[in-house]
Design a protein around this ligand. Structure first.
Ligand SMILES: *Cc1c(COP(=O)(O)O)cnc(C)c1O
Length: 420
């Protein structure tokens, strides 16, 4: 039997043709394809009553997060609140700008940033009291980055309420959440939900190779704030004050431009944007496939003693399937010091099923741990979740047989690992 990888992109004829089209066009870097991708992405996220969001294609979500924070004026002396339970991108961009990350624990159920922990951390900082990593420093909270973990939308209504009453910026790390719907009551329009990534000041999606739609590497910054959009567009392209991508190809375009800031080079080339357009046109199909697989897993694992299926909501993008193993940190029977969770992953691999762990918390990573003098127990829910979780394969091209094989291997090895 062939192995089942943890992730595999869904690539077909459309993506192949898109790449050939660009290769043969004579224009490989950012141009018409990137502009079309941005327009189509904006149309996808359009709500009935609202204007189209501004969408900026970038070469990664990391770049997009950096641009969004830069446009919000984050810099030395700023504190940015974010979960420790995320990928390092979310925090490293804060350091790029000379600002500091303040970690917030997750809610025990959702795995997303806990609004009450956010409120608690902010009020302690405001009254000069210590929080893990900070002891009444001169820095001030400036922004919050909620992460829609695994595609499950955060409690954005609570997070926006907490941030807005203090004038904090909000950047949604939506790397997992394309497309996801958030419950978000808006009394002025009567809307009851919004797309994840369109609620804060800016939202950033990832098109990394394992994400819900992919260009290999890539991302999209989304905002309704034209000031943020203008600044981010300028900084995406070396701090140049106007679009100049067509200065070589279009005989009417001027050669003249001005550099207004030491910007970055974060544009998405047309070769990748063309793949993104093909992927975008499949986004709803890909979502329905992930949902089918997740539902099948839910039925198979729900009620099995020792296994805890991931929480979900109707708008969940189902990017990951983070199965939890109760007591996963306990030693596995007959496996020395190896934990149940670690033994379980090893057994899955031995049986040809790829698995992963989302996430190793940032507060136990050497850099953040040392910089902020943190210990594992500072964010107990995050640490507990990390020790119990295993992400199963949930890629849209998985066949029914492959899904059933993952289920069989999980159930058989849960028993062998002493999970039930
Ligand atoms: C993948 C990921 C990112 C970074 O995405 P890139 O496009 O690879 O830069 C950021 N945040 C989270 C939560 C991610 O999983």
């Amino acid at each position: 039997m062939t192995d089942i990888p943890f992730a595999r992109p869904f690539i077909g004829e459309e993506e192949e043709q898109a790449v050939l089209r660009v290769l043969r066009s004579g224009w490989l870097t950012t141009g018409e394809e990137a502009l079309a991708f941005e327009k189509e992405f904006a149309r996808f996220l359009a709500e009935d009553t609202a204007p189209l969001p501004c969408c900026l294609a970038v070469n990664s979500a990391t770049s997009g997060l950096h641009l969004a924070l830069e446009a919000l004026g984050i810099g030395p002396g700023s504190l940015v609140l974010l979960p420790s339970y995320t990928f390092t991108s979310t925090a490293e961009v804060v350091r790029y700008l000379g600002a500091e990350s303040v970690f917030v624990d997750i809610a025990p159920n959702s795995g997303n940033m806990d609004p009450s922990a956010l409120e608690y951390t902010l009020s302690r900082l405001e009254s000069g009291k210590a929080v893990p990593g900070f002891r009444g420093a001169a820095s001030r909270p400036k922004a919050v980055i909620p992460v829609h973990f695994g595609g499950l939308p955060c409690d954005m209504a609570s997070i926006m309420h907490i941030a807005r009453k203090r004038g904090l910026g909000v950047v949604e790390d939506s790397a997992h959440a394309f497309p996801a719907r958030c419950p978000f009551p808006a009394p002025d329009t009567g809307a009851v939900q919004r797309w994840a990534g369109t609620i804060g000041d800016a939202g950033v999606f990832s098109f990394y190779a394992t994400k819900t739609i992919t260009t290999g590497e890539g991302g999209m910054l989304v905002t309704f704030d034209t000031k943020i959009a203008e600044r981010a567009a300028c900084m995406r392209s070396h701090g140049i004050d106007r679009p100049v991508w067509n200065r070589y190809a279009d005989t009417k375009a001027s050669w003249y431009y001005e550099v207004t800031a030491p910007g970055y080079k974060y544009n998405l080339p047309d070769l990748l944007a063309a793949v993104g357009r093909a992927q975008l046109s499949r986004a709803s199909f890909l979502l329905s496939r992930r949902r089918e697989i997740a539902r099948r897993y839910d039925r198979a694992f729900g009620g099995v003693p020792g296994l805890v299926i991931p929480p979900t909501s109707p708008g969940d993008a189902r990017h990951l399937y983070p199965l939890r193993i109760a007591g996963g940190a306990e030693p596995a029977p007959g496996a020395g010091t190896e934990s149940r969770r670690d033994a379980f992953i090893r057994r899955l691999k031995e049986n040809g099923v790829g698995a992963s762990v989302h996430f190793i918390p940032l507060h136990i990573m050497p850099y953040y741990k040392n910089r902020y003098t943190l210990s594992a127990g500072d964010f107990p829910e995050t640490y507990k979740r990390y020790r119990e979780t295993v992400s199963l394969p949930i890629w849209p091209g998985m066949t029914a047989e492959e899904t059933e094989r993952v289920i069989a291997v999980v159930l058989e090895n849960a028993e062998k690992t002493g999970i039930h």
